[in-house]
Design a protein around this ligand. Structure first.
Ligand code: ASE
Length: 298
């Protein structure tokens, strides 16, 4: 039987080492391990993987075995030496170009998000994102920090698309959108550019990037542009009413601290932004997935 203390220590070690698990995943993606094994006619031993990736034999062997332990790869030892192949998890979610691939999101998380999280304590102390320390980029202009280069902008967009491919359908099923004929999914510089006329505006993963003041400004503009009877669909990960869960959303809120000027919000906090902007009939629906939906009417 486990004493309370043993369980606490076990949990602590799991938390402390969590970043190593993330890095194994990011490194294997970055090196192209899963594409190599997906394209090979048969499982490969670690020497073959190391030769074809141009990586060190020692590093490759250790990384492959860590992947086996994480169920990203399977090892077959029946022939004497271990040969490696993708598990179903890896073929489905990690191989570039597979319909459900999350590779672009993982690459973005590893190259950008992870680096900002290395400065979490400073982010909490200062209350601002960490692009300056992480990449030497002043963060006065959030758009230019998040899009450090055209390559990174693409990586970020493709990463968001990876998640949307898996989660979009259930978000769009949360409400009956059939009464809305013209639907506008907002992107670009929606703070300044003229807004197109539409029956429904979608703000997907937009409000969580911004301060309450900027959200209010944007919602005010949308209310002006919106037809009476039209609406707005906010797609975000909703915090619990007390702000302390679900864990993924609480972590996403910290992610907004280290990467943006925003935060994740509770249903009440979205109501408090939408109501004063003029919107009525605010309804929040949880989907059970990462992203939830809030619909409001003009
Ligand atoms: C943003 C979304 C993300 C801004 C920065 C981001 C993501 C990672 N970094 O709007 C994608 C998913 N993660 C979250 C926290 O939504």
């Amino acid at each position: 039987m486990c004493s309370q203390g043993d369980e606490g220590y076990r949990l602590l070690k799991e938390y402390a080492n969590g970043f190593m698990v993330s890095q194994v995943l990011f490194a294997a993606c970055e090196l192209g391990v899963f594409e190599l094994l997906a394209g090979a006619p048969e499982p490969l031993d670690s020497a073959a993987v190391s030769a074809r990736l141009g990586a060190s034999p020692r590093g490759t062997e250790l990384l492959l075995d860590a992947c086996v332990s994480l169920k990203l790869l399977q090892a077959d030892v029946s022939g004497g030496k271990a040969v490696y192949a993708n598990t179903e998890l890896a073929s489905t979610y990690l191989v570039r170009g597979s319909p459900r691939s999350q590779r672009d999101m993982l690459m973005y998380t590893g190259r950008t998000t992870y680096v900002c999280w290395g400065h979490l304590a400073e982010a909490v102390r200062e209350g601002r994102n960490q692009y300056l320390k992480a990449f030497g980029i002043p963060s006065e202009e959030l758009f230019s920090a998040i899009y450090r280069s055209e390559g990174e902008r693409l990586q970020f967009m493709q990463g968001l698309q990876d998640m949307w491919r898996l989660e979009g359908a259930r978000v769009l099923a949360a409400f009956d959108l059939s009464p809305f004929r013209v639907i506008c999914d907002l992107g670009g510089d929606f703070f300044k550019d003229p807004l197109p006329e539409a029956d429904l505006y979608i703000l997907a993963r937009v409000l969580h990037d911004w301060t309450d003041a900027k959200c209010s400004h944007l919602l005010g503009r949308l209310y002006q542009a919106c037809r009476t009877g039209g609406g707005i669909l906010v797609i975000e990960s909703l915090l619990d009413a007390d702000g302390r869960g679900p864990l993924t959303t609480v972590l996403y809120s910290l992610n907004m601290l280290v990467q943006t000027e925003g935060r994740e919000r509770t249903p009440a906090q979205y109501c408090a932004l939408l109501g004063p902007a003029g919107f009525r009939d605010v309804r929040c629906r949880r989907t059970g997935g990462t992203y939830d939906a809030v619909l409001a009417r003009k």
